[in-house]
Ligand binder design. Structure first.
Ligand SMILES: Cc1cc2nc3c(=O)[nH]c(=O)nc-3n(C[C@H](O)[C@H](O)[C@H](O)COP(=O)(O)O)c2cc1C
Length: 201
């Protein structure tokens, strides 16, 4: 083993205790140390990935850059929403920076050698995001994977430096927790697991 095992009950408690924290449940003008974000990103890159492609691509926005991103996202929504446009959603997008301290674009760089199926590359990025979510939660901050709008819009991909072949899988938003979210119910294990094992009875 190339690490010192942590207390198993602490690990389970972190995994079970992590909760999605929406921007509305974050503190106004949240402050999150950049060391926490760096730690989360570093941990993200230790996720498993098939063929050593390391397909993740993160772009970190905060401060002025985050305000500009939120303006861009809101304006793109205005341009593309058509009849489904809602003023409230437009404003929520434009003013996201008022609570969120960091918005991290979750990108997947397409493997041009074409050896690895795209779903495996997406799965590797999702593993990376979970590493990030757990790190953020363990440091006492709130995070959410938000898919938002227009992820596949060419202008949005270009904004975060992704090519047409790459995928933007959402945003990881981080802030200080103002309102602890309720624990969402989980089904009993038996609903999702079938055991085919030898038993002693
Ligand atoms: C790929 C992915 C995309 C998500 N997108 C959104 C989203 O756009 N908006 C949102 O409110 N939550 C989003 N979520 C978070 C879920 O709503 C959240 O995980 C769920 O409510 C369970 O809560 P928990 O994370 O506290 O267990 C997303 C989660 C995943 C895995």
């Amino acid at each position: 083993m190339n690490f010192e095992p942590i207390d198993p009950s602490s690990l389970s408690s972190l995994i079970k205790g992590r909760r999605t924290v929406k921007p509305a449940a974050m503190k106004k003008h949240s402050q999150v140390p950049d060391t926490v974000i760096r730690e989360a990103l570093e941990n993200a890159t230790y996720a498993p990935n098939h063929g050593k492609t390391q397909p993740w691509h993160f772009v970190v926005f905060s401060g002025e850059a985050l305000q500009a991103l939120n303006r861009f996202q809101a304006n793109l929504y205005l341009e593309t929403a058509g009849d489904s446009f809602l003023d409230s959603k437009f404003l929520r997008m434009k003013l996201q920076f008022e609570t969120v301290a960091y918005s991290i674009a979750i990108g997947m760089k397409k493997d041009m050698r074409g050896n690895i199926p795209e779903w495996e590359e997406q799965a590797a990025v999702a593993c990376a995001v979970q590493n990030m979510a757990l790190t953020i939660a363990n440091r006492g901050y709130g995070g959410i994977w938000s898919s938002g709008k227009n992820l596949n819009h060419p202008a949005m991909k270009k904004y975060v430096g992704l090519s047409e072949a790459d995928l933007l899988l959402g945003w990881f938003l981080v802030g200080e927790i103002a309102i602890q979210p309720p624990v969402p119910p989980r089904h009993p294990l038996e609903m999702h697991v079938i055991w085919k094992v030898d038993s002693n009875d």
